[in-house]
Design a protein around this ligand. Structure first.
Ligand SMILES: [Zn+2]
Ligand SMILES: [Zn+2]
Length: 176
């Protein structure tokens, strides 16, 4: 969806609230596509604040599916975003220099709503994702999901490097 700012918010003080459906179902992050579900129409309130500047208040609600950091299981992360942005449609040269305006979602007087929603989602991707607080993760040897029970690997012979450390420990003990 494209919002034409010049058509609808002509004078300073003009304001309008838009309800915008997502035009996409997933986002690419860390070279993987991640599903978005339960997407509520984004609510964008835009006000013309004069001189080609617009104040944007955004509310975005959806579920983002991300893999558990430990066992890679699909985890549904609820995303609730409330944010304010200033849109500058006619940047003076000084403003362009200052802000490094490279926002892909504003071109001239056109606001690309999908691009804007994407940029907000990227800012709000959770840093830590766990399927449960005490997720046991995957066995480093065979890749089995340790939440479903022990795979047996860790009862087997120790990793040679670990064994070497234990040897050193034993030797220093015997010298005492
Ligand atoms: Zn997990
Ligand atoms: Zn294993």
């Amino acid at each position: 969806m494209i919002i034409q700012l010049s058509d609808t918010l002509i004078r300073k003080g003009d304001a309008r609230t838009y309800s915008c459906e997502f035009g996409f179902d997933d986002i690419s992050w860390m070279r993987e596509k991640h599903r978005l579900t339960d997407k509520k129409p984004a609510v964008l309130r835009i006000e013309n604040t004069g001189n080609g500047h617009y104040q944007l208040h955004a509310e975005i609600d959806c579920n983002l599916h991300l893999p558990c950091d430990r066992c890679l299981k699909d985890v549904v992360c609820p995303i609730h975003i409330t944010d304010e942005r200033e849109l500058i449609t006619r940047p003076t040269e000084a403003e362009t220099m200052e802000d490094g305006l490279d926002d892909a979602y504003i071109q001239g007087y056109e606001l690309d709503v999908d691009e804007f929603i994407r940029s907000e989602l990227f800012l709000h991707i959770p840093m830590k994702v766990l399927c449960k607080e005490d997720c046991k993760g995957l066995c480093p040897k065979c890749g089995a999901d340790l939440n479903k029970g022990a795979c047996g690997c860790l009862d087997g012979p120790l990793d040679p490097r670990m064994a070497a450390i234990q040897d050193i420990f034993r030797e220093s003990k015997s010298e005492e």
